[in-house]
Design a protein around this ligand. Structure first.
Ligand SMILES: NC(=O)c1ccc[n+]([C@@H]2O[C@H](COP(=O)([O-])OP(=O)(O)OC[C@H]3O[C@@H](n4cnc5c(N)ncnc54)[C@H](OP(=O)(O)O)[C@@H]3O)[C@@H](O)[C@H]2O)c1
Length: 251
């Protein structure tokens, strides 16, 4: 059963990130601390509403492009969890601008790499000591999302094998690169007992996915949680698809 004591989610002002917050609150054993991060609290009204009535939800301002804001968020998390460490980091924040071969720009390639790829890497690096601390509290337990884990919200659009339609150059490339880094950090953090995986949430009705997408945020989160709760030692470094029953996506 999914029951991390603490979780940090990036990009929880709307869409899948906001639904992560709601879904964690609905668990049989909800986390003691849900660090719900957003770029600007003033414009994250839905999240703010949830936090008002749920003391477990701590809203933190964090822009994954800004290292100072990541460091400040780490201080807040550290001072709250203390020697318990952080159990779960969900790298959810992301951007998508639909640009193909003829309209893609250097600037948009850079921006997508910053948010979708470099941001999650810096999150993983910065929060690694807190995740390691959480893992060290149950050294003989197998790896899991309850013990210590980094879950990236990946995308099927980042799969080279499944690319049959082209388009979305900056998004596809940045999500593909994110998967490569995830495989690297899964190796680098294995000895620390930190599980790392990338999970595609399906095609979801959010401002990014659009109104014609296949699943609601609730349906996506149900599938994400079913996938996450099954993860163990053998799954670190994998790229899985939540709405395809948690099966492996070819790279
Ligand atoms: N929707 C889909 O069908 C789908 C499919 C596959 C994968 N995904 C992935 O799922 C994740 C969430 O997507 P979504 O559909 O929920 O999109 P969304 O509704 O557009 O939400 C994106 C979130 O990321 C935040 N964000 C953007 N730039 C950021 C930055 N620099 N620092 C911190 N947060 C930032 C946004 O904050 P603001 O509200 O302040 O802009 C927002 O909270 C993304 O990684 C996306 O690639 C989505």
């Amino acid at each position: 059963m999914l029951s991390p004591k603490s979780v940090l989610i990036t990009g929880s002002s709307q869409g899948i990130g906001l639904e992560f917050v709601r879904a964690f609150l609905k668990l049989t054993t909800p986390p003691k601390h849900i660090f719900a991060s957003c770029i600007n609290r003033a414009s994250a009204e839905d999240l703010d509403e949830i936090a008002k009535t749920n003391p477990a939800v701590k809203v933190i301002e964090l822009d994954v492009e800004n290292q100072d804001s990541i460091e400040k968020a780490k201080e807040v998390v550290q001072s709250t969890v203390q020697d318990e460490g952080l159990n779960l980091l969900v790298n959810n924040a992301g951007i998508l601008k639909r640009m193909g071969f003829h309209d893609v720009t250097r600037e948009d390639m850079r921006k997508h790499y910053e948010v979708n790829c470099i941001g999650p890497l810096m999150m993983a690096k910065t929060f690694h000591p807190l995740l390691k601390q959480a893992a060290s509290r149950s050294p003989s337990d197998p790896m899991s999302c309850n013990k210590a884990a980094i879950i990236n919200v990946g995308s099927g659009q980042g799969s080279i094998s499944e690319n049959a339609s082209s388009g979305m150059y900056p998004y596809r490339a940045s999500k593909c690169a994110l998967n490569m880094m995830m495989t690297c950090w899964s190796i680098d953090m294995k000895a620390d007992g930190i599980l790392c995986a990338s999970i595609a949430p399906g095609w979801v009705r959010t401002s990014m996915g659009g109104p014609n997408a296949a699943v609601s945020t609730e349906e996506s989160l149900k599938a994400m949680f079913e996938t996450m709760e099954k993860l163990g030692d053998a799954d670190t470094g994998k790229f899985l698809h939540a709405t395809r029953g948690g099966t492996v996506v070819p790279w």
